[in-house]
Write a protein that binds this ligand. Structure first.
Ligand code: SF4
Ligand code: SF4
Length: 277
C-alpha cells in the first residue's frame, strides 16, 4: 500500500561511482559549480556535501581486496605494480531527511518545514541565513552559500515529487544504487537485500538509520543506507543525535545537581541548629 512518506534507500554495494546522480542533481536543481578544484587525493573531486553539492559520491579507499567475508582468487601481480592491494567503497551521500530533524528544530524563522511527503525542505524565501541549522545537523549536511548567505541542502526534488516524478538522482542512477519510493516499502526491499547479501557471503552488510530502534538519536532516517563497513569509514557518525535530545539530558543533570545542592544546604542548616542547641 502506498504511504505518504517518501524517501531514499541507497544501496552502496551497487554504486559504481559514475556520479550520474551528482550531475543529475546539479542539472535539475540548477546548482552552481563548486569551483573545479582538483583534490589530488582520489577521484572524489567535490569532497563533501555542500550548499551546491546536494548529492556527493564518496570514494573510500581501504587496504585489502574487499570485504573479508568474500573469498577472492589471488590476483597475479602485474609487472611493475606497487606492493599492496586496496579496494574502493562508493557511497552516494545526501541529506537524510531525518524523522527528528535537528535543522528543522533549530530554525528560528520557520524556513525549514516538513512537507506532505514527510521530507525536510528549506524555503529559500524565508531563510535569513542565521546558520542555526548548520550546527544543529548531526550529519554536517546543511551549508550556507557565500554569495547569498542562505542555507541550502537537498529538497528530495520536492518540485518533481509534486508532479509525480521521482528525484533526479534516483532517475539517473544506472545501477539502482539509489532507490526512491514509499518509505515502508523501501524498508522491506532493504531488509530483503541485506538477507540476499548475507546469503551470498557478504556478512558485513547492514542497514544504517532505517529505524528509530537502530538510530534513536534521529528517530530514523528517511534517506537510509546499506553499508558494509563501520559508519565512520563512510564519514557517517556512528550514533548521531539531534541537539535537543542532548539539551534535555543537560537540563535533567542540572536539575539533579540543584536538588543535590539544596539537600546539602538543608543538611548544613539542620546540623548547625543541632550544634547550637
Ligand atoms: S540530515 Fe541534517 S539537514 Fe538533513 S534533515 Fe537531518 S538534520 Fe536536517
Ligand atoms: S548514479 Fe548510482 S552508480 Fe552512479 S555514482 Fe550515483 S549512486 Fe553510484
Amino acid at each position: 500500500m502506498a504511504s505518504a512518506q517518501k524517501g531514499f534507500f541507497t544501496d552502496t554495494t551497487l554504486c559504481i561511482g559514475c556520479k550520474a546522480c551528482e550531475v543529475a542533481c546539479k542539472q535539475w536543481n540548477q546548482l552552481p559549480d563548486d569551483g573545479f578544484h582538483f583534490t589530488g587525493m582520489s577521484y572524489d573531486n567535490t569532497g563533501h556535501l555542500g550548499s551546491s553539492t546536494w548529492r556527493h559520491v564518496s570514494f573510500v579507499e581501504r587496504p585489502g581486496t574487499g570485504c573479508p567475508s568474500i573469498e577472492r582468487p589471488a590476483m597475479p601481480e602485474a609487472p611493475g605494480a606497487r606492493a599492496g592491494n586496496f579496494s574502493w567503497l562508493m557511497m552516494s551521500d545526501v541529506c537524510k531527511h531525518c524523522e527528528r530533524a535537528g535543522c528543522l528544530e533549530a530554525c528560528p524563522t520557520g524556513a525549514i518545514v516538513r512537507t506532505e511527503f514527510d521530507t525536510v525542505y528549506i524555503q529559500p524565501d524565508v531563510c535569513n541565513g542565521c546558520g542555526y541549522c548548520i550546527s544543529a545537523c548531526p550529519f554536517g549536511v546543511v551549508d550556507r552559500r557565500e554569495d547569498d548567505g542562505r542555507a541550502w541542502k537537498c529538497t528530495l526534488c520536492y518540485d518533481r515529487l509534486g508532479d509525480g516524478m521521482q528525484p533526479a538522482c534516483a532517475k539517473a542512477c544506472p545501477t539502482s544504487s539509489i532507490q526512491f519510493g514509499d518509505l515502508v516499502q523501501l524498508k522491506v526491499q532493504a531488509e530483503a537485500r541485506v538477507e540476499e547479501l548475507h546469503g551470498k557471503g557478504l556478512k558485513e552488510a547492514y542497514l544504517y538509520g532505517d529505524s528509530a530502534a537502530s538510530q534513536p538519536g534521529t528517530g530514523g532516517l528517511h534517506a537510509f543506507f546499506l553499508l558494509v563497513d563501520k559508519p565512520e569509514v563512510y564519514n557517517l557518525p556512528p550514533d548521531p543525535e539531534v541537539p535537543t535530545l542532548k539539551g534535555k539530558r543537560s537540563w535533567k543533570s542540572a536539575g539533579l545537581a540543584m536538588l543535590g545542592l539544596a539537600a546539602l544546604a538543608l543538611g548544613t542548616v539542620l546540623l548547625d541548629a543541632e550544634v547550637g542547641r
